[in-house]
Structures are given as C-alpha cells and as structure tokens.
Design a protein around this ligand. Sequence first.
Ligand SMILES: Cc1cc2nc3c(=O)[nH]c(=O)nc-3n(C[C@H](O)[C@H](O)[C@H](O)COP(=O)(O)O)c2cc1C
Length: 361
Amino acid sequence: MPDGDLLYPVDPLVVESTGGALVLSSPRLRTRLRVIPSVAALLLAARDGVPDDGDGTVTRLAEAGFLVRKEEAADAPGTPWDVWGTTAWSLHNRTRDTPFVGTRADDPAARERVLAAIEAYPRPPSVRAPASDRVLLLPRVRTVSSVPYRDVLEQRRTHRDFEEAPIALDAFSDMLHYCFAPLRFADAGPMGVLQLRAAASGGARHETEAFVFVLDVEHVRPGLYHYDGIRHGLVPLDPSAGRDVLEHLTHHQGFFKRAAFGVLTAAVAHRMAWKYQHPRAYKLLLQNIGHVAQVFSMTATALGLGAALTGAIRDTEADTLLGLEQPAEFTTFALACGVPVRRPDGLPLSIRTPGEPFGGH
Ligand SMILES: Cc1cc2nc3c(=O)[nH]c(=O)nc-3n(C[C@H](O)[C@H](O)[C@H](O)COP(=O)(O)O)c2cc1C
C-alpha cells in the first residue's frame, strides 16, 4: 500500500494513565479521548502506518484527529512549541478557553456544581502554621518614602550588584509587610476570610509564602526564617543558611554575594487548588508570583533599595531546605534586596546602554 494511504499517530501524542483511566490527547487537538487499552495499543502500534479500516476504530481515531496522513504527522509545530516541547505545549493548550465560573456566571447550575466541588474538601488554612512558637516580631512602622510614583516607575531596575552595607530594620520590615503581609481582610462567605495584600492574586487565596534569608539587616541575626504575615514576625528555621546556600540554590549568579537579604517564595498550592480545581489555576499561580515580585521591585525602589530576581533555582534542594510539604508546596522565585551599587547616572552597575563598549560603565 502506498505511504500516502496510510495513517500515522498525531505527533505529539500524549497517553496518560490516571486513576485507572487511559486518556489520549495531543496539544494539536482540542479533544481528549478516554479509551480502552486496546485502542491506545492500536494507536501506539500505528507508528509504521495503518490502513483505514473503513468503519472501525481506525476511522474513528482518524475522525477525532489522532490518526493523520504522513505529511500532517510530520508537520513541524514551529516555535515556540518545537523548542519548548510537548509538556509546555500541552499545558498551554489544555488551559485555553476555559469557561468562567464565578459569582458573575450566568449559569447558576454550573455555579452550584463548582461550589459543591469546593465544599467537598475542607478549606485549607489561609496562612501557614508556624514551624515553632519562637517569633521575632518586627517593627510596625512605615518608612517615610518621598519618592514620587513616577520616579518609582522610571527608576525601577534590576540591581545585581550591592554595596557591602546593612539595610535598616525599618526598611526591611516595610519590605516584608508590603510585599507579603495582608493589608486588609475581606469576608468572602463560603470562601472564608481572604487576605488582601498589595499584590493582586487570582483567587485571592494568596498562596505565596516568604522564606527570608537575613544576610545583613540591622539588629536581626542572620539566618533563614519563615515570614509570618499575620504576626508580622520572623520564625527562625536555620541560622546557618546564608549567602553560600542562596548562591548555590540560584546557580551562582552573584546576586546574594552582598545582598542585605534574600527571599525564596513558595506556593502553598493546595490553598489555591481548593478553590480553583482546574489546570488553568497553575497559570494563575505563576502570574500571581509575578505580581508579588513586581511589588517587591517597586517597593525596594521606593525605599531607595535595589532588587533582583531569578527563577533559575535548584527547586528540589530549595524545597527541602525550606521544609516544604512536597509536592503540594514548592519554591517559585528567588528575590534579592540590598543597597545597590549605582553608576553616576543612577543606573545599575551591570547595565550597558546602547553605544557603550562592552565592559564600560
Ligand atoms: C520572571 C523573571 C525572571 C528573571 N530571571 C533573571 C535571572 O535569572 N537572572 C538575571 O540576571 N535577571 C533575571 N531577571 C531580570 C531581567 O533580566 C531584567 O528584568 C531585564 O534584564 C530587564 O532589566 P530591568 O529589570 O532593569 O528593566 C528576571 C526577570 C523576570 C521578570
């Protein structure tokens, strides 16, 4: 039989075995198929091509898009998906065009179903239980910042080089308060009491927790702490975790060599998943941490400090160091803050403006 008459599995083809069910999908297709093992076996065996059987399983798989002509099977997806790969492409496709079901949905029955699904699980706490009774309460002050908002917008830059200088306790305390603590609370009925922080948060469950590495902060002993946003205090975890650990965890990029403090943010994902029981929530979770990081950078700028951030983290080691409950909790971002080394024009030392030779500042 000529090649052109044969059918081949769509590429990429994803076969999942979850909870006893076999599910076929492809990021090229909108449909997902729950199948019996012999159908999955047929599809996997079709790598050398199968003839259309006219009216049977092969035809139905072809109609659903899972068996295609050779030229379609080999059709390159194009960037970004050919370089980012099947995992990213599948997540992207599976989380597009999901229906909105919330308080404003015009489908009361769907809303009831969603509420019933939420209420089927006990509501996870909105805050993380402290690791111990010990807590270093931080000053509840507001550092006077007279930097106009426009200047904050114009001056926020990534600062990767810091002076070997401590930062004041009040500024440190304000950074944690405005970036990670609730500023207000809201009563959301069956959803419980919500924290309202400076950063917006899809779902308002505020799954982001801050683990703070004090490196050079006036009046605070260096070490790793968990920031308790409700008490506005630091719960000590590991006094030996310092610059070397952070540098190792972030692939020796150098931010933490002289930063005054670092933060590893962690997502307590079940806090959010209880409310948003759809894979799209993972996208929201990543968007949420981006908002938190932007508040971090902007607040540092307003306080005359500098901030750098990286997602290049040795995740498993970081999760273990922080004592996270894997896999429901995981590290999301690494943030550095300190007194920035500036060029005479105020820009970060590492920046090279167009026209400047490499290495020149
Ligand atoms: C999600 C995210 C991840 C980043 N990761 C790194 C990083 O790993 N290393 C780094 O040097 N800068 C990192 N940055 C900083 C960017 O390189 C920086 O924002 C960009 O060069 C623009 O400079 P600006 O922040 O001064 O405007 C990251 C920024 C974001 C938003």
